[in-house]
Write a protein that binds this ligand. Sequence first.
Ligand code: I6G
Length: 668
Amino acid sequence: MKKINEDIEVLRTQLRYHNHRYYVLDDPEIPDAAYDRLFRELQALEKQHPELITADSPTQRVGDKPLSDFAEIKHALPMLSLSNVFDDEELQAFDKRLHDRLKDESALTYVAEPKLDGLAISLMYENGVLTYAATRGDGETGEDVTHNVRTIESVPLRLLGDDYPATLEVRGEIYMPKQGFAALNQRLEANEQKPFVNPRNAAAGTLRQLDPRITAKRPLTIFCYAVGLVEGGELPAQHYDVLMKLKDWGFRVCPEIEVVQGAAGCAEYYAGIGAKRAALPYEIDGVVYKVNDLALQQQLGFVSRAPRWATAHKFPAEEEITTLLDVEFQVGRTGALTPVARLEPVFVGGVTVSNATLHNMDEVARKDVRIGDTVIVRRAGDVIPEVVKPVLEQRPADTRAITMLTQCPVCASEVLRLEDEAVYRCTGGLFCPAQVKEAIKHFASRKAMNIDGLGDKLVEQLFEYKLIEHVDDLYKLEAGQVAELERMAAKSAKNLINALEDSKATTLERFIFALGIREVGETTAKTLARHYGSLENVMAADQDSLQAVPDVGPVVAERVFQFFRAEHNQETIANLRALGVQWADYEAVEGADLPLQGKTFVITGSFSRSRDLIKVDLEDLGAKVSGSVSKKTTALIAGEKAGSKLDKAEKLGVEVLGETGLVELLSQ
Ligand code: I6G
């Protein structure tokens, strides 16, 4: 029996170690299959000897019975809230208050951390074993959510090391990563269940599940940020060192945390995290600054249930309410008319917004928006501001319906909606200055001719002063003319002429993409270039030939065919070539298909090299690389830590290749 108990403990220690590597450090040491083997071995031993099962065993994360209710837990120490600052001035005032109170002029050292948009949690450990987990509740008393928190793999059931205090309360934020949130909502929608509005609600809803088996299936995780009650042990004297200690004991601590100096250091951190915000894998709503020195924290104390030594610097709200004053229509490159809301200016997402897109008329109808409505406007990150919906409860009596125009607002040509399209279009084509201007912007853009320095504003000016009327006019520009424009001078004009000159040496796929043929994006342009080898071949292709190109359907074939039949397009192309635009042709691969032609792959997880490079390799062999798994997927290329895409591939019976399989595929 002693031997069995020892074997069980060895397995538990190994499993805890690998769990920590995988869920906390994001750095697994062994493959999933090896972990599963250890896990099953432990399960088998515990099944034979149920009397040896302990609550902190890695097998005991999911209970098997739903609860009927949540019990209440009185916090050992109150869970406080944080004061807020909303701008630099308030941040300076916060810092000054601390200096005044401490009667010390020298810069304070702060720990700056992202403020997660999740749920505050208190985790209590006695002798290194998790005894309960409670929500914040009213700060004095929270709800006992131990059964659910135990299912979160990144919450240790037993602490690592041996220098933790006998009683240790750890506080942190439970949250749902953005990717897991998207996958969960997809799953809910596929099962005709209501999706969650945002990751915070999803995390809250999941944590307040009475059935831990449901929680266990949802991708919750934690960042720990402070300790509460500590008895029977010593902690370091600086907050940052406490966080590092928490890491040693097996807790997940946010990797973005930094030690900064003074209010200036805080402000710099805030700007840095703001710039990174959209790319972070989790939602944050601001940053938190805390005085690093715990003795100073104690000296500063608390005021009205919030610590004086910490504050949250909130990001500006991403949604605001304002009035929709009018709607105008913007004409795009393909003639599509986009309804644009003119708004009572409102400060949202850090800028003043007076225009927001309404996308198209179907969206206008779906959202039931009218001129005069009070509307919710959203601006998140660098995304174009949009009207989310009207506040129907505040609709005035005299609102007006938004109606489509019958004539283009720029060239007065007729506006039509084709049967199979969601948008209305101006029928003016290249007669419409708005469409030509947008076509030139597209031609100059990074993924097309990549004309450095020729941004939208400059195109607007060149157009306004009639220096260009068609794309080929760009290559007739002279430095002297350009230097006359607003915000331009001799040097910037010369740079533009040089950039135009550089852009003349291009590739066939870039040139095809730059032409702005409807429905021909980067990928189709590349496919056409590789398939036909030369522009002459693409121009001469009939619709049957075009439809035989992988991923070119009847609509794209028709667009490409018609584009090259139009005389003005032929003329523009001839002019561009005469002005020096050139590329190297490919060997046409028509008929002799590339080895992976017609096959579609999805790449997920992490590999020994970047996914972009793998994509390029596959595409060079003629494959298509898609973002989502479907029945049509040839195979899923799954690296380490593949998530929901792997589940979906397995469910649909799609072949799955690991990194070795990929290497074999490419070498074949
Ligand atoms: O609500 C909170 C979020 C994040 C906090 C907090 C925090 O630190 C990163 N820290 C404290 C001390 C409190 N609330 C009270």
